[in-house]
Design a protein around this ligand. Structure first.
Ligand code: CA
Length: 199
């Protein structure tokens, strides 16, 4: 079998990439600065303000020491929207989000939280509160909308968005690389020596 060093190393990398498990990420916002945001990065994901009917920007708020995303702008009659994507643009599975009712009041049907692949295909999550299952599979973007029509703000909040990247081309650890590459180098060296031996 003729296989040069580059081909053998590439095969080793592919094998290593397949073997690396991908962990679910939970976006807690605990280390995010409080205030309105246009773009916010956490755990390999990025949230980008995605205007909803001319809405205000979403906001990270400190509610009793627990950072959450809210539609909290007073006199905002439309709510806030943002899109979740992977920072590298890859696909992900979206599992759940915590939906919080910060007022303890419920104004159905005016107050809603939506999620979906886009604003054109979103599903209403409320009136479910607590950890709400989403189960969106293999998407590259997820749109979240919080509509409150609230003259006093701070009604609904989102927290703990759980998502798992899929089809990640994992980069092996340096120690793993050495274990993979050193035997390959040895094989390549032996093959070269045999090849160059006079007949
Ligand atoms: Ca949090």
């Amino acid at each position: 079998m003729k296989m040069n060093f580059k081909a053998m190393a590439a095969a080793a990398f592919v094998a290593a990439g397949v073997a690396v498990p991908v962990q679910a990420a939970t976006l807690t916002f605990q280390s995010q600065p409080v205030g309105l945001f246009g773009s916010l990065a956490e755990s390999g994901f990025v949230l980008t303000h995605d205007p909803l009917d001319g809405s205000m920007q979403p906001e990270v708020a400190d509610v009793g020491g627990n950072h959450v995303l809210v539609d909290s702008t007073p006199f905002d009659w439309f709510g806030s929207g943002f899109t979740l994507r992977r920072q590298d643009g890859g696909a992900f599975n979206l599992h759940s989000v915590d939906v919080l009712n910060l007022d303890g009041l419920f104004y159905n049907p005016i107050f809603k939280v939506f999620v979906g692949p886009s604003q054109a295909s979103w599903t209403e999550l409320t009136p479910n509160f607590g950890t709400v299952a989403i189960n969106m599979v293999n998407v590259t973007s997820a749109f979240f909308g919080i509509v409150s029509h609230a003259p006093w703000g701070l009604n609904y909040a989102l927290d703990n968005i759980v998502a798992t990247p899929v089809n990640v081309s994992a980069v092996p650890e340096p120690s793993t690389l050495a274990l993979l590459v050193l035997p390959v180098l040895g094989l390549a060296g032996r093959a070269r020596r045999r090849h160059h031996r006079p007949a």
